[in-house]
Each structure stands twice: as structure tokens, then as C-alpha cells.
Design a protein around this ligand. Structure first.
Ligand code: RTP
Ligand code: MG
Length: 140
């Protein structure tokens, strides 16, 4: 099967606790390869744009504030069935419901400060990769 790509964010709760390497190690051990990576401070406008689909959700304002509360690491991950593989290693949105061995179970603090974002479909992966990366920044 051909390699596909997904988009990942290491969220501010993880960068704050110096867990960038720990998260990346779990992604790599799950069979994903980091083909692009950069540490950025998101602006409010960027975070609102990125999470635009959640604009009407009750947690939207808190989520945006959290995502700009510190640096994040945005990454493009490559592997077989990358979107699903990443979702599997991330675990459930709420770490209390996540399976042992997943990033959120082992590392996350709460349903909001849940350490990682991952695209939920190949279509959204393309949109999210384009939101943060130029083609020449991705080296497969
Ligand atoms: P993500 O998009 O970050 O990969 O996570 P997800 O699909 O598992 O969760 P989603 O429903 O898309 O929600 C996006 C992010 O919003 C925060 N959230 N807070 N307070 C709450 O009830 C609540 N629910 C979701 C989380 O940071 C979640 O990852
Ligand atoms: Mg989502």
C-alpha cells in the first residue's frame, strides 16, 4: 500500500512540559515518519481559522485561547494509512477514555489539554497541511 500523509499538532500543554520528543517518539514507534516539522506560536487569527469547523461549539473560545497559550509543533506525518494510524496512537479525545499506550492516555492532561491534534480524514489532512506548510517544506 502506498504511503499517505496526515497532519499533526503537538499542543501547548505538551510543549510546556518538554514532551515534544516523547510525543514524536510515540508517533515514530507507531510507524509514522516526520516529513515536515516546525515549532510556531499560533496567532489568534490562525487558530480561529484552523478550528473554523468548531466555531459554533461551546468550547471554541477556550480551545482557541488554549492553542495560542504557548508554542506548538506542527508536523506532516507519512506512513501507510497515516490518518487512521495517527488517530489510533493519539487515543480518544478525552484522555480518561483513551486506551493505555496511546499518547493521550499516557501524556495528556484533560479533554482540552490533550497533547495532540490529528487530521480526521485524508481530505482534511490535505487542507490542514496546506494551511501550515509550503510544498518545499515537506521532504518525504
Ligand atoms: P483533534 O481535532 O484535536 O485531533 O481532536 P479530536 O478530533 O479528538 O477532537 P474534536 O472533537 O475535533 O475537538 C477538537 C479539540 O477541541 C478540544 N475539545 N474540548 N471542552 C471540551 O468539551 C472539548 N471538546 C473538545 C480538544 O482539544 C479537542 O482535541
Ligand atoms: Mg478533530
Amino acid at each position: 500500500m502506498a504511503a499517505t500523509r496526515t497532519f499533526s499538532i503537538i499542543k501547548p500543554d505538551a510543549t510546556r512540559r518538554n514532551l515534544t520528543g516523547a510525543v514524536t517518539k510515540m508517533l515514530e514507534e507507531a510507524g509514522l515518519r516526520v516529513v515536515a516539522s516546525k515549532r510556531i506560536q499560533m496567532t489568534r487569527e490562525q487558530a480561529e481559522g484552523f478550528y473554523g469547523v468548531h466555531r459554533e461549539r461551546p468550547f471554541f473560545n477556550d480551545l482557541v485561547s488554549f492553542m495560542i497559550s504557548g508554542p506548538v509543533v506542527v508536523q506532516v506525518l507519512e506512513g501507510e494509512n497515516a490518518v487512521q494510524k495517527n488517530r489510533d496512537v493519539m487515543g480518544a479525545t478525552n484522555p480518561a477514555n483513551a486506551e493505555p499506550g496511546t499518547i493521550r492516555k499516557e501524556l495528556a492532561e484533560s479533554i482540552e489539554a490533550n497533547s495532540v491534534h490529528g487530521s480526521d480524514s485524508e481530505e482534511n489532512a490535505k487542507i490542514e497541511i496546506d494551511f501550515f506548510f509550503k510544498p518545499e517544506e515537506i521532504v518525504g
